[in-house]
Design a binder for this molecule. Structure first.
Ligand SMILES: Cc1cc2nc3c(=O)[nH]c(=O)nc-3n(C[C@H](O)[C@H](O)[C@H](O)COP(=O)(O)OP(=O)(O)OC[C@H]3O[C@@H](n4cnc5c(N)ncnc54)[C@H](O)[C@@H]3O)c2cc1C
Length: 393
């Protein structure tokens, strides 16, 4: 008799996308193996990773319906009331206000989202958590149940459906032979919290300066004097900044900010992320589906990665729940997810990449074009309405 472990679904990766998808299956009666390389203690109490996640209203509604929202301490949620886009040394700013709503969105530290999602999945009926165990290889075979997932400790899991939620560098995607468009940008994004003299007023700023991109995101703080500083530079320059003492680092960031913020002081740890955008050639096929960053790895500048991941897992869960248990791995069924999620993702992925190109090219025509683009954007009510909808929908 085979020692293979049998499940309806094997979810690889208990990041925010894998956790949310697993929770979306609650009450479905499906058995789920949730496989994660990190140890259980790191899932239960993830450390601060520098990311402050801007959530759209749709994502807020979803997190509420999943039961995760109430598990994020209210004092850690920062309202986003206005967003401003600046270009180089120009004093002109393209601004987006909440226009009638109380806020454009909210910002929540990523590790608190992960913690909240883990809390609601832990102990969920039908879910077997396999933490501290990595997927060594996997395949979709001709005979049912078609999914075969082999772990690094030699255990084999058989499932009708394999769901890859194992990041933009997804190993499962490679093993299943799914191609990917990957753009390694040669740049890194450094994120950290800094205290400053000026109150942030819950305004987020995206400043496309010459040779660097800086975002300032308002952090929940009684005096409104802590912001998340997000700096994008060539990878070696970011490595140099990471190695500075906290004091030298604060001096350097203040210089780079050209005194837009003063009295800077590092709060907590710094984190660097090498930038790569990815677009999987398939989001689903016979016996498998990709969700979260494994499907679309967005450039963080438009703050859509997790929002899209949440939307995608919602779509996949809806499709899976609509099927008979025996059919959940059917390619025809999963094509519905693929179609819907590609339609939702494609404009955001391509639009974000075009924006990054426009705002990081240093040629004279590109500089002229972005000055024109910002002013035209500010003067065009429909354009602003579309962007506001992207931010808040
Ligand atoms: C600086 C920064 C700022 C961001 N800001 C925003 C924002 O404001 N708004 C927004 O919506 N998004 C934002 N994002 C994007 C967001 O963080 C990601 O989209 C999101 O974390 C992706 O979640 P995921 O679950 O798909 O992947 P991940 O978070 O990468 O999780 C993947 C999981 O899979 C596990 N894993 C990998 N391989 C294996 C294996 N072989 N076996 C078992 N487990 C495995 C990993 O350990 C990990 O836990 C930002 C990203 C960055 C870098």
């Amino acid at each position: 008799m085979s020692d293979d472990l049998m499940f309806d679904i094997a979810v690889v990766g208990a990041g925010p996308a894998g956790l949310a998808f697993t929770r979306s299956l609650t009450g479905s009666g499906l058995s789920v193996a949730l496989i994660e390389g990190q140890p259980e203690a790191a899932l239960r109490d993830p450390g601060f990773d520098g990311r402050e996640i801007a959530l759209t209203h749709h994502s807020i509604r979803l997190l509420k319906s999943l039961g995760a929202w109430d598990r994020v301490p209210a004092g850690e949620i920062s309202d986003l009331r206005e967003a401003r886009v600046l270009d180089g040394g120009s004093a002109f700013a393209l601004t987006f206000g909440a226009e009638g709503a109380d806020r454009l969105g909210v910002l929540i530290p990523n590790h608190l989202i992960r913690r909240a999602l883990f809390e609601i999945v832990e102990g969920q009926a039908g879910v077997s958590l396999m933490a501290g165990r990595k997927v060594a290889n996997c395949a979709v075979e001709p005979a049912a149940p078609r999914g075969r997932v082999v772990l690094d400790d030699g255990a084999t899991i058989r499932a009708k459906l394999i769901v890859a939620a194992d990041s933009r560098f997804s190993g499962v995607r490679n093993q299943l032979g799914v191609g990917v468009e990957m753009n390694r940008l040669g740049r890194s994004m450094m994120v950290c919290r800094m205290r400053h003299d000026q109150a942030h007023g819950h305004v987020a700023t995206e400043w496309f300066d010459h040779g660097q991109t800086v975002a300032l995101l308002p952090v929940a703080d009684a005096e409104e004097r802590v912001s998340s500083v997000v700096l994008t530079l060539a990878a070696p320059a970011i490595a140099g900044l990471m190695s500075l003492t906290p004091e030298a680092f604060a001096v350097e960031i203040e210089r780079r900010m050209q005194r837009r913020l003063t009295g800077l002081e590092l709060v907590g740890t710094r984190h660097a992320y090498p930038l790569a955008t990815t677009w999987s050639r398939r989001f689903a096929g016979e016996g498998f589906a990709l969700i979260g960053d494994a499907a679309v790895g967005m450039h963080p500048v438009t703050a859509h990665g997790f929002n899209l991941g949440l939307r995608g897992q919602e779509t996949l869960a809806k499709v899976v729940r609509s099927a008979r248990v025996g059919d959940i791995g059917s390619g025809r069924l999963l094509a519905r997810y693929e179609r819907e999620h590609r339609l939702a993702s494609w404009p955001l992925y391509r639009g974000t990449n075009a924006l990054v190109r426009l705002f990081t090219e240093e040629t004279a025509p590109a500089r002229l074009a972005r000055g024109v683009a910002l002013r035209a954007g500010q003067a065009t009510a429909p354009f602003k309405a579309v962007v506001r909808k992207m931010l808040t929908a």
